[in-house]
Design a protein around this ligand. Structure first.
Ligand code: AMP
Length: 344
């Protein structure tokens, strides 16, 4: 039967809603912890069903400060394994290692030619880190330009960023917009998406500081691969406050509020409602230790399973790097053409 000419072709009827593409980079400078899980990994894993998801292990960024080569390699593999263990699906999301996609550094240089020295020098993170260290690497100054390359390489629409990276993403947008205006439309200008404020997990030993990979002793940081007894010990020793009753008051009782928020992130529900279920700090801490153990056990077990075959994780990474290069090569050609370089 001849197609009905009065009707548009089926494809023209299909809603044109291009998938949103998102990118996240994790720096392999430490063991992944509860803050990473709640603030980054869980949103990535949930988002992989709604958005085209790209996750890369930013090993090149890890070289901007003093580093141990063997440690970077081990942490890169460990983080990849933890991400897979936490539910990142390598058939849905692209999970690769930054240095295995050389187009990151190629675009980095091209973007440096569209970025002012003053712009890089003004970055707060550079100013803070360079004030602390006596010997500052040039790569620390150009770090945000490499970050711009990471993002622009993949034509991403959205970049989840915490407060600490907002200024760098703004620089990415400035450089992309300038490049497009100067040399013709080349890059997709991405927008920042900000995580919910409640996604912030605080250090158990100092609830006024964010839980982090490099906090002094690690006593207040729950690492995702910590054994259950270590998790329990860290939670039972968590700093609270002189009060006795359990209540949610982040302004005045940050330690207890943090424990309630951690509990809420494990069990769901609101910290305020959960507070009513516990009569003492000891009860609350026990509940938090148990909830954390229940949440982290499957990740730890799956990590152990995946670690038995490191060849599998390496293969996932190399396959993804190959796929990432296809898109990246396209972007590099566009950028080189726009700049007047011979791209082919
Ligand atoms: P970092 O480990 O600092 O490189 O952070 C990697 C990602 O984990 C970032 O997207 C952060 O937003 C998230 N993250 C790190 N620490 C925390 C924390 N304490 N609470 C919530 N999210 C965090």
């Amino acid at each position: 039967m001849a197609p009905n000419a009065a009707l548009p072709a089926p494809t023209a009827l299909a809603p044109k809603t291009p998938a949103v593409r998102r990118i996240t980079g994790l720096k392999p400078t430490g063991h992944l912890h509860l803050g990473n899980l709640v603030g980054a990994i869980r949103p990535i894993v949930a988002g992989q069903y709604r958005a085209e998801t790209i996750v890369f292990l930013a090993d090149l960024h890890a070289l901007t400060v003093t580093h141990q080569p063997a440690q970077i390699r081990a942490l890169t593999l460990e983080q990849a394994t933890v991400l897979l263990a936490a539910g990142l699906d390598p058939d849905r999301a692209l999970l690769y290692v930054q240095s295995q996609v050389p187009q990151h550094t190629e675009l980095h240089y091209l973007l440096e030619c569209a970025t002012g020295y003053g712009e890089a020098h003004r970055m707060i993170q550079f100013r803070e880190k360079s004030a602390r260290d006596r010997q500052v690497r040039l790569s620390l100054l150009s770090y945000p330009v490499l970050m711009a390359a990471d993002i622009l390489l993949h034509d991403v629409h959205e970049v989840p960023v915490g407060d600490d990276q907002s200024q760098h993403l703004e620089l990415t947008r400035t450089v992309a917009t300038r490049f497009n205006a100067r040399y013709g439309d080349t890059f997709t200008v991405p927008r920042a998406v900000h995580p919910a404020v409640s996604a912030r997990v605080m250090d158990l030993a100092d609830p006024t500081a964010k839980m982090g990979k490099t906090n002094a002793s690690g006593a207040g940081t729950i690492f995702l691969l910590d054994p259950p007894e270590v998790i329990r010990r860290k939670v039972l020793r968590a700093v609270t406050d002189p009060g006795r009753t359990v209540g949610y008051d982040p302004g005045h009782r940050p330690g207890v509020a943090n424990l309630l928020e951690i509990l809420a992130s494990c069990l769901g529900g609101s910290p305020v409602a959960l507070a009513a279920d516990y009569g003492s700090y000891a009860q609350l801490k026990n509940a938090v230790a148990e909830a954390l153990e229940a949440m982290l056990r499957p990740i730890r077990l799956r990590h152990t399973e995946l670690s038995r075959d490191p060849g599998y994780v390496r293969q996932v990474l190399t396959d993804a790097a190959e796929r990432a290069q296809e898109n990246a090569t396209n972007t590099i050609h566009r950028a080189k053409d726009a700049l007047g370089l011979l791209s082919h």
